[in-house]
Each structure stands twice: as structure tokens, then as C-alpha cells.
Design a binder for this molecule. Structure first.
Ligand SMILES: C[S@@+](CC[C@H](N)C(=O)[O-])C[C@H]1O[C@@H](n2cnc3c(N)ncnc32)[C@H](O)[C@@H]1O
Length: 267
């Protein structure tokens, strides 16, 4: 299988530039998808609900301050607001349009802040709970991003997230491999070697959710409509004839497996 270009192969200054550029594209892509997001987000809704159940099961006492990373339209935020009605809720996202959508849902119940979750603003202070559903897979440095989030926890606070593992979209990868072409999927971490920062002791649970589409085109379109169609850095879209060869693998329908990694870390 051919790999997307690795950030580790680039000089530091170029790496920073690629990363900043990538983030702008991710933000623009999610902003474009924000209006249709809720209609398309079946898997994301399930994951938000299951992450909320895990948070509720592991929190010994209600948090005073909650930070959410990559809140999107507020699917997880709604659960957090219901679970902890007294807590201060700070919702953040890299996409301003997603934040607007979240504010339509939660109104004055929360405060809103455009922020790259990989670089949390210390001025926001520390939190009892930092939560994030299906946003960390967009980080360019997952280990470093988790470490910086863990630094924003009060002693005994929790970081709870759902992200994607390496086996996600195995069917899409296999279809490309079969016809000898490159896919544009981001490299997700293998569950057994999850990139926990050195000083952090985290635990993971894994669940595979299968999403069915009528064909490959419908799957690709759904990612784009969600705003999640931004390919890995360095990937060039396939010319139409090559893309058709990939799509021809899905004549009987297209299953998209999401390997969801639920992570929990104590500060
Ligand atoms: C798949 S959506 C998930 C949204 C929401 N958490 C949910 O469960 O529906 C991913 C969200 O993460 C945001 N995002 C992507 N990269 C981010 C980053 N580096 N920092 C903060 N948010 C980011 C996107 O703008 C988008 O709103």
C-alpha cells in the first residue's frame, strides 16, 4: 500500500507550513459542510452518545469546568450540557461556521471560542473535564496535542475522547490496493500502539461501527458533505478514470468501517 507523505520526513519549517495550510483547509472544509452536517452525521451521533455514556460512567463527581475540542454542531456538547447542568461549558472548534451552528443549539448555556485543539490557549485556564468526539483524528501531531490537552487538566481531571484507529475505512483502502492506486485517507494510529504522551497513563476501548452506502461514490460524497473529505497532506486527487477503477470495486454496495477508539486519561 502506498502511504501519504509523512510529516516526519519534512524539515521543521516546512512541516509547520504544511500543518498550518492543512488546518486552514480542514477548517474551510468543515465550514462548508456545517449546514448539512446534522443530516449526514449518523455515525458521529452514535459516537457522541457512546462517548457521553463512557464519561458519565467514569466521572466520580460532577466537573465544574468542561472544555470541548472540535465541538462541531454540538452533538456531544448537548450530552455534556444535560449530564452536567451546573458546569461551565467552553466549546471550541477550528471552524467558525461549526461554532455558529453549535451556538444555535446551545445558546447561552455555553461559551464559544475558535481554537486549534492541538494548541489549547492557556488563558482559558484548567478544566476538570476535556472532551472531544471525532476531532482528534484531524490533529497533525496527536501525541503532542494530547500532551498539551493533558496539561490543561486540573489534578485528577479527565480527558475523554473518541477518535479513529488505523483499521478505519479498511474497505476503501483495500479497494485502492486492489487496483494499485493511492488513497487519500489520513494515517490513523494503530490501537495497540496508541501514541500516548510519555508522562500520561491512558486507556482505550475500541468499537467498530459499520456504515453502509449504496456504492463507493455515495461513501465519498458523504465524507465531503460532512466536511470530512479533506485528503492527507500531499495526496493528489485521482484522475477520473483511475477513480472509476476504485469505484468499480463497490458495485454491490460500500461498507465503511469506523474503528472508533475511545480514550480516557486522568490528569
Ligand atoms: C467529524 S466533526 C465532529 C464534530 C462533533 N464533535 C461531533 O461529534 O459531531 C470534526 C470537528 O472537528 C473540528 N476540527 C478539526 N480539526 C480541529 C482542530 N485541530 N482543532 C479543533 N477542532 C478541529 C472540525 O471543524 C469539526 O467540527
Amino acid at each position: 500500500m502506498s502511504q501519504a507523505m509523512s510529516h516526519a520526513d519534512l524539515p521543521e519549517s516546512l512541516n509547520t507550513l504544511v500543518s498550518a495550510n492543512m488546518k486552514e483547509r480542514v477548517a474551510a472544509s468543515f465550514s462548508a459542510g456545517a449546514a448539512a452536517y446534522d443530516q449526514m452525521a449518523g455515525v458521529q451521533r452514535q459516537v457522541a452518545e457512546r462517548l457521553a455514556m463512557r464519561i458519565a460512567a467514569t466521572r466520580p463527581c460532577p466537573p465544574d469546568r468542561i472544555l470541548e475540542i472540535g465541538c462541531g454542531t454540538g452533538l456531544l456538547s448537548t450530552h455534556l450540557a444535560a449530564l452536567y447542568p451546573q458546569a461551565e461549558l467552553v466549546l471550541t472548534d477550528i471552524s467558525p461556521v461549526m461554532l455558529e451552528r453549535a451556538s444555535l443549539r446551545l445558546g447561552a448555556r455555553a461559551s464559544y471560542r475558535r481554537m486549534d485543539g492541538e494548541a489549547p490557549d492557556p488563558a482559558l485556564g484548567n478544566f476538570d473535564l476535556i472532551a472531544s468526539s471525532l476531532a482528534l483524528q484531524w490533529f497533525t501531531d496527536l501525541r503532542g496535542g494530547i500532551a498539551r490537552l493533558a496539561d490543561r487538566l486540573v489534578p485528577g481531571g479527565r480527558l475523554a475522547f473518541a477518535t479513529l484507529g488505523a483499521e478505519s475505512f479498511a474497505e476503501w483502502r483495500a479497494a485502492h490496493e486492489t487496483v494499485g492506486l493511492r488513497h487519500g485517507l489520513h494515517p490513523y494510529p494503530p490501537v495497540e500502539r496508541f501514541p500516548w504522551p510519555k508522562h500520561c497513563a491512558g486507556t482505550v476501548e475500541v468499537e467498530t461501527i459499520r456504515d453502509h452506502h449504496t456504492n463507493g461514490q455515495a461513501f465519498a460524497r458523504s465524507l465531503k458533505q460532512l466536511g470530512a473529505g479533506q485528503p492527507a497532506p500531499g495526496h493528489k486527487p485521482l484522475p477520473p478514470a483511475q477513480f472509476r477503477r476504485v469505484l468499480s470495486q463497490f458495485q454491490a454496495g460500500c461498507t465503511a468501517s469506523y474503528q472508533v477508539v475511545y480514550g480516557m486519561l486522568r490528569g
